[in-house]
Design a protein around this ligand. Sequence first.
Ligand SMILES: [Zn+2]
Ligand SMILES: [Zn+2]
Length: 164
Amino acid sequence: MKIIISEIPKEGLDVKLKEKVESENISSTVIAQLRIEKLEIEVIVSGDLAAEVKLECSRCLKDFNSKLMIPVNVVYHPVEELKGEDNYEVRHEELDMDFYSGEELNLSNLLKEQLMLNMPMKPLCADLCKGICPVCGKDLNIDKCTCTITKTDPRFEGLKKLLK
Ligand SMILES: [Zn+2]
Ligand SMILES: [Zn+2]
């Protein structure tokens, strides 16, 4: 979805959109609720994105679906503003900054960028995911393997059985 910047009314624009975002490792439908305001030559986009993404658990390598909620706060400056200015000052340090060129603001790009920035680095299918045994490769969430037994003191084996 694209917004014509000159058509943004003084009181701002509320936009609800649902778009599919596809890139190398993301395929997701993003639902966005955004407020778009124009402040002289700057365009401020704020709101929230909700996206369901498919992730691979960094411990057990299983695919799982996860819901991401991403707050958005981006100030767009015209790219022309950069030209001819040696020391460009960022006035809105608390906000993300981006640039638009020409008359349009591409919200599809915004969704994609925000989603890529907020993809978890080390996703876990569950906080307590036990992962994969580094010795035999068994998924320890499903089954225990014999490799772990070698680490425990054999004298406690009898006791462990009693506790079960
Ligand atoms: Zn896992
Ligand atoms: Zn094992």
